[in-house]
Design a protein around this ligand. Structure first.
Ligand SMILES: *Cc1c(COP(=O)(O)O)cnc(C)c1O
Length: 363
């Protein structure tokens, strides 16, 4: 078979919605100061790394991992205060949980709804599974526009509403009253995505027993374990028992289970790192705000969104890359994000390099 025949065969058989997509863009970060992906910039203390390595060899790689991750779940309950009576569903990152939820709840007639702009995976997964995605515009300051949101919920009767709390890419926490009103108005499931909880301190855990259409999603990624890929969903048996059926039995590897438990038993290290990141974030926020022509948005996360008064933001981005600094810039089509950049909080030195770089580009 020639490759031309193979190509046309793929074109004929791959679903049109998939062919119309472009893969999530991940910029090559080799040799760059990486401030594009909300990673924790701090390594583990040397002694902790040694201890981890010393026991790593005990993981039996010839065996499948514990399909129910019994020990890790107990550890999560203990260390991260999972509300009693609620179930836990583990995912290969929360990205996989978004996929599992949508696989279970979508069909051709079903709508997935989220504010716009918000986390891109909600929409990407909706396209994978052939659901209709409705993005509801936020206010210009990225707060929820409650009237527009409630109208959209009534009009589209979504199967799932995703609310990132705090929101990415804006960094702000939505108002509690607006969130509650949306959860009450929704017939379907509301997923409150608390990926940045370690930085925001805010949570819907205590509302899980109150709303029967609420689940809370978290991840270890922003805590400092992005490479590990572990997300978890917390909610009632009625929902999670069903989602569990669509989870691949060995989706969380033995190495991930061992390492996550090891790390969670030393949670204070990550809490100390988060406190340093928050202090650096506030310093970076003040520094950016003092620059003329910069609009800097409030952040309850480990990143900052800001808007700059420049003619070509893409050109500024390219010049920063040339100086060795990688941040995130948004396509002109992204709703409400014209001339915006998102910078993740790095170490003090990395943040200084970023500020010096942006000053040099704008001089
Ligand atoms: C980063 C992020 C995630 C992804 O988390 P993973 O567990 O790494 O897949 C989920 N939701 C939001 C809002 C995020 O910003």
């Amino acid at each position: 078979m020639t490759s031309i025949a193979a190509t046309s065969r793929a074109k004929a058989w791959i679903r049109e919605e998939i062919q119309a997509l472009s893969a999530y863009p991940v910029h090559n970060s080799e040799g760059l100061i990486k401030l594009d992906a909300m990673e924790n910039p701090y390594p583990w203390p040397e002694s902790m790394q040694q201890e981890w390595l010393a026991h790593l060899a005990e993981v039996s790689l010839n065996r499948y991992p514990d399909a129910h991750a019994h020990s890790l779940k107990q550890c999560l309950r203990r260390q991260l205060d999972i509300p009693p009576g609620m179930r836990i569903l583990l995912g290969n990152g929360s990205d996989e949980l978004i996929q599992i939820i949508q696989l279970c709840m979508t069909g051709p007639e079903r709508v997935i709804l989220a504010p716009a702009p918000s986390f891109v995976m909600y929409e990407m997964v909706a396209r994978f599974v052939g659901a209709r995605f409705v993005g509801v515009p936020l206010n210009p300051d990225f707060s929820l526009n409650l009237d527009v949101m409630l109208n959209a919920v009534r009009q589209h009767d979504p199967a799932v509403v995703f609310l990132a709390y705090p929101n990415n890419p804006s960094g702000n926490l939505f108002g509690r009253e607006e969130m509650d009103a949306i959860i009450r108005a929704a017939n379907g499931l509301v997923v409150v995505d608390e990926a940045y909880q370690i930085f925001s301190g805010a949570s819907y855990y205590d509302q899980l027993a109150e709303f029967d259409n609420l689940v809370v999603m978290r991840t270890l990624s922003k805590l400092g374990l992005a490479g590990l890929r572990l997300g978890f969903l917390v909610g009632a048996q009625d929902w999670l028992g069903e989602f569990e059926k669509a989870r691949m039995p060995y989706n969380v590897s033995a190495l991930t289970q061992y390492t996550a438990e090891f790390a969670l038993n030393r949670l204070d290290i990550f809490q100390q790192q988060a406190a340093r990141i928050i202090a650096e974030r506030d310093r970076l926020h003040a520094a950016l705000s003092s620059r003329p022509g910069f609009t800097v948005f409030d952040s309850r996360t480990n990143f900052i969104l800001f808007r700059i008064d420049v003619a070509r933001i893409q050109e500024l981005f390219d010049r920063l890359v040339a100086l060795g600094i990688l941040v995130k810039v948004f396509p002109a089509s992204a709703p409400g994000l014209k001339n915006c950049m998102r910078v993740s909080v790095g170490t003090a030195e990395e943040n200084e390099a970023f500020l010096a770089g942006i000053d040099q580009c704008l001089a």
